[in-house]
Design a protein around this ligand. Structure first.
Ligand SMILES: Cc1cc2nc3c(=O)[nH]c(=O)nc-3n(C[C@H](O)[C@H](O)[C@H](O)COP(=O)(O)OP(=O)(O)OC[C@H]3O[C@@H](n4cnc5c(N)ncnc54)[C@H](O)[C@@H]3O)c2cc1C
Length: 465
């Protein structure tokens, strides 16, 4: 269905004439393709999509949207689970064409344009034996992931993505181009690292990068659900004593039809551990020996190229599915939690999972108040996730996700990972950051975006009630 965008034609003509990128409008042949975002639940019809090729385009599109009083959805990789990078009747400021990645080996940094996805950063850095810690699916956008925090397979060794952020360049609500880093606009730099969608349009990032690979030891071990307690105990013991190079997650899930599961396993509730060891390959055995003797149904752990690891699950979580999730941090994984997760997985309506990622290591060595991101002191981050295709099944999957996290709630610690929160509202944003940080973010929002131009996000309200 197409809708009349109701734009002022004279203003639109003037904007298009002065804009170096592409303006895509309803009725254009590629409008339907251009308005799609990763989570198929969000089927929105923007009045205008402004594909920006450079910083000047960003300034021009922002000015047009403000003059026309259009809501602005900023789009990097389009993976917002909450659908924030699209809107009905507003302007999508689409950064996809700004994709340059350049690695400076002498400074061990990488410059990344705001439209790049993780796979592009991984490829450019691995070409010279380096990596920046980023997320686990290659088609996710660098921009949104970084501005919220950035969890991933290298996090215990090198920290969150924001812990490796040297600085950003951004366009502010009033169209100024500014930098934020440890020396310039220091408070803004604090807020950008965890609440970064609120203060401006980031056009580029500079990251610290580190020697990684080319091979890491990675894979999954899959067990019948009956072994859940044994595996959860082993997971917690291993992580309590692990070197930073060892990263693991524990997941309760319904086996899918995708590898590594065999067709015979599809639909069966299982517990699995994902292992990534990014230290010298020959040393991995000393840490993984105890896992090898646990009688898994499946063991795919072996040396692999880091680049291949980073795209292994891309197809399973490809564009176009419907998706819902809840997340929280946990100080421990108790027997009660294991029972609860096992029961919830047995009641799952389809492709559902409850996964715990180990934190600690480099994440825990950064002070909790050093960035806006909240939750780094917790031992585990947990995501309750569900993926499906038929709109008629929305309620069943969303209700399962909500009920599962509601049951886990009594065991959680403060904060939530902003990038994995779908429901929105002032109370929710306050809960993500906690009262103290929320107030600090309100002060920052009042300084940089008092009119709340950037509000399609987990919004920091500049005039809280
Ligand atoms: C399949 C999948 C896998 C994921 N895996 C991980 C993971 O391993 N680790 C992890 O930490 N997270 C992960 N996430 C969550 C991910 O970090 C968020 O969805 C993130 O917001 C995606 O960024 P994006 O640029 O693709 O999204 P977009 O939808 O483009 O943007 C997300 C938010 O950021 C804002 N934004 C985007 N670009 C800019 C910019 N340049 N300036 C200002 N604001 C901007 C948008 O307005 C929106 O509010 C995953 C998500 C998906 C869907």
């Amino acid at each position: 269905m197409e809708r009349d965008p109701g734009l002022d034609r004279t203003a639109l003509t003037a904007f298009t004439a002065g804009f170096g990128g592409r303006v895509i409008l309803p009725g254009d042949p590629d409008y339907d393709q251009a308005r799609v975002v990763w989570n198929a639940i969000f089927d929105r019809y923007p009045a205008c999509i402004a594909r920006c090729g450079d910083v000047q385009d960003v300034v021009t599109a922002l000015r047009f949207a403000r003059e026309q009083e259009l809501p602005i959805a900023v789009r990097g990789g389009g993976h917002s689970a909450a659908g924030f990078s699209t809107c009905d009747g507003g302007l999508v400021l689409d950064l996809r064409p700004i994709q340059a990645v350049a690695v400076d080996t002498s400074a061990s940094t990488a410059y990344v344009g705001a439209g790049a996805h993780l796979g592009q950063l991984d490829e450019a850095t691995q070409a010279v034996g380096l990596a920046c810690p980023v997320g686990v699916i290659g088609h996710t956008g660098v921009a949104g992931l970084t501005l919220g925090g950035g969890l991933g397979r290298l996090q215990r060794r090198y920290g969150l993505t924001i812990d490796n952020l040297v600085g950003v360049e951004l366009v502010t609500a009033d169209g100024q181009q500014v930098r934020a880093n440890e020396n310039e606009n220091v408070e803004l730099f604090w807020g950008v690292r965890g609440a970064g969608a609120n203060f401006g349009i980031v056009t580029s990032f500079r990251f610290r990068v580190h020697p990684v690979g080319p091979a890491v030891v990675q894979g999954v071990l899959v067990y019948p659900l009956e072994q859940a307690h044994e595996m959860a105990g082993l997971f917690c013991d291993l992580m309590a004593a692990a070197p930073d190079e060892l990263m693991m997650s524990l997941e309760f899930r319904i086996a899918t039809r995708y590898p590594p599961y065999s067709p015979a396993m599809a639909g069966r509730p299982v517990v699995l551990m994902e292992v990534t060891y990014c230290g010298p390959v020959e040393r991995s055995d000393r840490y993984l020996r105890s896992l090898r003797s646990t009688r898994p149904l499946l063991d795919t752990v072996r040396p692999r190229s880091y680049l291949a690891v980073q795209t292994r699950r891309d197809e399973m979580l490809t564009w176009g599915h419907r998706f819902y999730m809840k997340n929280a941090f946990f100080p421990a994984i108790t027997d009660e939690i294991v029972d609860l997760c096992a029961n919830r997985i047995c009641d799952a309506p389809g492709n559902c999972s409850v996964g715990f990622m180990a934190q600690g290591g480099a994440i825990a060595r950064v002070a909790e108040d050093a960035t806006a991101f909240t939750g780094r002191e917790a031992a585990f981050w947990c995501g309750v996730e569900t993926v499906w295709d038929e709109p008629a099944r929305d309620d069943a999957h969303i209700q399962w996700g909500r009920a599962t996290m509601a049951a886990l709630k009594p065991f959680t610690s403060p904060g939530q990972y902003v990038n994995d929160v779908i429901e929105a509202g002032e109370g929710i944003a306050r809960g993500i950051y906690g009262d103290l940080k929320y107030q600090r973010l309100v002060n920052l929002k009042q300084a940089w975006d008092p009119g709340n131009v950037f509000r399609l996000n987990h919004n920091i309200n500049p005039a809280p009630g």
